[in-house]
Write a new protein. Structure first.
Length: 210
């Protein structure tokens, strides 16, 4: 438990001292207010709260002196595994908690599908962002940012809505439903699929690296 708390502290210190994550987080937030139709801003802010902790804590984390220092200190123990779990689970947990509070500004009470989709997408995004930061840093940021920009603008079709997983938490809210929308259960199912795929990719890359 101590190593998890220590990792969380180091991730926080690393985050607040780097301008790169402030630029990226600020870009995503400003684009939300500029591009999103007014009636969808609140629901999209809920989706933003799901992914924001990962963007804030994991941008440039992989190559940081803080992470290298932790790994050096515990290199001869089995604790590196704990750090690797903590670095994706902490942003995921924070995203799930923040979105669970923010959702009451849009829907009180929210549908049960929201709790499932938000938790799964928070975890999935944390994993995929961690992977892209390690293996395709700037290209990964560009792709995920583009995905965010496309989904906040408007509904683009049933298939496209399912592919743009960053918008799932907002999509299951009643304020965001209309006659052309998919049933909220669809987002629960696809959230499970996204979670399975991202976890599989993460585990595969982790095993290949070791």
């Amino acid at each position: 438990m101590q190593i998890i708390i220590f990792t969380a502290k180091m991730m926080w210190k690393n985050a607040i001292n780097r301008k790169s994550r402030l630029w990226l987080s600020g870009f995503l937030l400003v684009s939300l207010f500029v591009i999103t139709p007014q009636e969808r801003i609140l629901s999209q802010l809920v989706s933003f709260s799901v992914i924001f902790p990962s963007v804030f804590l994991l941008t440039d984390w992989n190559g940081s002196a803080a992470r290298k220092g932790i790994m050096t200190l515990i290199a001869r123990s089995d604790r590196p595994k704990v750090v690797k779990i903590a670095e994706w689970s902490i942003p995921a947990l924070v995203g799930a908690v923040i979105s669970s509070l923010a959702v009451f500004a849009v829907s009180a009470p929210p549908p049960w599908q929201f709790w499932v989709a938000a938790s799964l997408i928070a975890t999935s995004f944390s994993l995929i962002f961690l992977v892209t930061e390690q293996y395709m840093k700037y290209a990964g940021r560009a792709i995920l940012s583009l995905m965010w920009l496309v989904q906040i603008k408007e509904h683009t079709g049933r298939v496209t809505d399912l592919l743009l997983f960053t918008g799932y938490p907002a999509a299951v809210l009643p304020a965001d439903l209309n006659t052309d929308s998919l049933h909220p259960d669809s987002y629960v199912l696809t959230s499970l699929i996204v979670m399975f795929l991202t976890a599989s990719i993460y585990v595969y890359l982790l095993k290949r690296k070791t």
